[in-house]
Design a protein around this ligand. Sequence first.
Ligand SMILES: [Zn+2]
Ligand SMILES: [Zn+2]
Length: 433
Amino acid sequence: MSPNATDSSTILREERKMPNGCAKGWSSMSDSAEKQQCWKNQAFLKVNEIVGLVKYYCLRAYIVFWHELSMNPRVRSSPFSPPPADELILSADDIFSTRRRRLFFTSIHLLALGGLYFCVTGQVKLYTVLFALAVGTMSSIGVTAGSHRLWSHHAYKAKLPLRIILALFQTVGVQYSIYNWVRDHRLHHKYTDTDADPHNSNRGFFYSHVGWALMMPHPAFESKVSTVDMSDMESDWVVMWQYKLYAPLAAILSYVLPTVVPWWLWGEDLLVAHLVAAQLRQVLTLHSTFLINSAAHMWGVKPYDKNINPTENMFVSVATCGDGWHNYHHTFPWDYKNAELLDYKLNLSTLFIDAFSLIGWAYDLKTVPTELVNKRALRTGDGTRKPLPTAADEARTAADAAAAAACTNVYGWTDNDLPDEDRQMAQIYKKSD
Ligand SMILES: [Zn+2]
Ligand SMILES: [Zn+2]
């Protein structure tokens, strides 16, 4: 993979020949010229490694584009040029062809296996693992709080800086551009578990999990895809900007930066950093999102609507930062919490939105009153959820508690401390007047 093996090895040989080379240790060098030379050598080697990485990505991009151009005659524009208007409503297969997706999925899984090998054999630094977890969480939040709750469902509104942050986070996940994600997700809600649903769970676990991304879309999906109203997305310049720059942005944010940061900041091996923090991390977050379409449409209770496939799945919710409460979500897709009565441990995306609402960047947070949830659960739920106290019930209970606290000992009917309620509700037989 080294781009310039001769230059690198020459430098290494030169370095070894130096009586006071870098290997001696920085603190033991007394001469500033010596330190300068050492720094130059180190920088040169690092630059050479970066050039090698760039060459690797150029080669990879070349293979993908060659494959695309030679096998998919429908490709019409590069990701760098503005998309023609009609391309915006083409099916997923046209925008990101089936063959290219198969090639992409195969390559990322093979590379992720390499990352898993380094993790299992303990060859990865702890900082790199923590960094990969942080980047994975970031990308999950970009999908759940961004392309899902904000853009697909308008469950809340976000000011420009937050929309930009969410768009960048969403790009790290490499799960299609926001535009494509929203279009497919709206179809998923509109035609849940039918042929027009891009990941129809009635076709089995594998299809709804990943098979849909590797196969030609169903004709029913093709016929419905252009009916989705995407005018709101087309008027949001953050969404369209991310659409146009998606390929280079995803390459930089999801692959190049997560590779370079661990290597540069704490000296992780470049290959280990790439395979663990970029490839393995991306594959794991991709599958955690896919679990919403598969596991959370199959296994779990249905407290809100027993007539649909989506379920409440705690495991999926933890894996996706809060999007596994799927029976609730399909029943009330406009709730910004995406769930009912759960703490932030199981719904990190809600914590993220609440935190940004404190500074006003997230606003108009919509949620469902308990009374409405009670009614719906009683009407269509599977009985696993008992009706919960509503706001009115809680107010009444609070008033009762206040009255109870105000009660003092009384000596009899003529005591002025006798509560009015007792006086009014007392039954008096054979009243004299
Ligand atoms: Zn669903
Ligand atoms: Zn949804």
